[in-house]
Design a protein around this ligand. Structure first.
Ligand code: FES
Length: 215
C-alpha cells in the first residue's frame, strides 16, 4: 500500500483521509445524501459541510477502508461489537471488526474495514483491486456450512494471507453470505483467496493444484 496515495481533506473539527489505492468504487460516499462529498466540486470532500457525527457515520460506511478520519476531539473510530466477514457475490470479502491484517497492522486505513481479494487476481493482494471483473470471477456467495460456533464475540481478528495459499482468519467472528444471512460462526477458518476452491468461500486445497502465486 502506497502511503503517498493518501489524500487528506481537512475541516475545522474533523479531517477525512482517502486512500486511493484501496478504493474499489463502491460509492457509499458518492451516494450519501448531504454535501460531504460532491462529484465535480473542489474539494470533492468538504468535512465542514456536515456535523462531525455525520462525517464519521458516512466515512464508516466505506467497506474497503479507503475512507478514514481523524477527529480533532480525539474520538477514534470504534471497532464494531462483532467481527464479520461478508462474502460479496462475484467479488471480494468485506471484513469489519478489530482487524489485524498481517503485514498491515500499523496501517489505520485497514484497522476496522477492508475488502480482501478472493478471485486470486488482484495486483494489490491481500486487498481487492476489482480484478475479479476482468477475470470474470463467478461465485454467488452462498455459505454451505454453519461452522463450529464461536467461543466468544468481538476482540481482535487476525488475518493472514498465507503465501501461495489461503486466507487464515483467527478470532471470534461470523461469516455473512451474500444473501445477507449470518451463516457461519467460529474462531478459526481458512478462506479461499485463489478463486479456485470448489467449496467457496472456504479453502479446499485447490491453490496447490493451480500453483497459486507460484509464477
Ligand atoms: S486458497 Fe483457494 S483453494 Fe485454497
Amino acid at each position: 500500500m502506497d502511503k503517498s496515495k493518501i489524500k487528506t481533506f481537512s475541516g475545522d473539527a474533523i479531517a477525512v483521509h482517502f486512500a486511493e489505492d484501496l478504493c474499489i468504487g463502491i460509492a457509499e460516499c458518492g451516494r450519501a445524501t448531504g454535501a460531504l462529498f460532491e462529484a465535480g466540486r473542489t474539494p470533492w470532500c468538504d468535512p465542514d459541510q456536515e456535523s462531525v457525527a455525520k462525517v464519521r457515520e458516512i466515512v464508516e460506511r466505506c467497506p474497503s477502508g479507503a475512507l478514514t478520519y481523524t477527529d480533532a476531539s480525539g474520538g477514534e473510530e470504534v471497532a464494531p461489537a462483532d467481527n464479520t466477514i461478508t462474502v460479496i457475490s462475484d467479488g471480494p470479502f468485506y471484513v469489519s471488526g478489530a482487524l489485524a491484517i498481517e503485514g498491515f497492522e500499523d496501517r489505520p486505513e485497514v484497522k476496522h474495514r477492508a475488502a480482501l481479494c478472493r478471485c486470486g487476481q488482484s495486483e494489490n493482494k491481500p486487498f481487492c483491486d476489482n480484478s475479479h471483473r476482468e477475470a470474470n470471477f463467478r461465485d454467488y456467495g452462498a455459505v454451505g456450512d454453519a461452522g463450529p460456533g464461536a467461543s466468544g464475540s468481538g476482540g481482535p481478528l487476525k488475518i493472514k494471507a498465507n503465501p501461495g495459499g489461503s486466507l487464515l482468519v483467527q478470532g471470534h467472528f461470523r461469516i455473512r453470505a451474500a444473501s445477507g444471512r449470518l451463516a457461519w460462526h467460529g474462531d478459526k477458518v481458512s478462506l479461499c483467496r485463489c478463486g479456485a476452491s470448489h467449496n467457496k468461500p472456504f479453502c479446499d486445497g485447490k491453490h496447490r493444484e493451480i500453483g497459486f502465486e507460484k509464477n
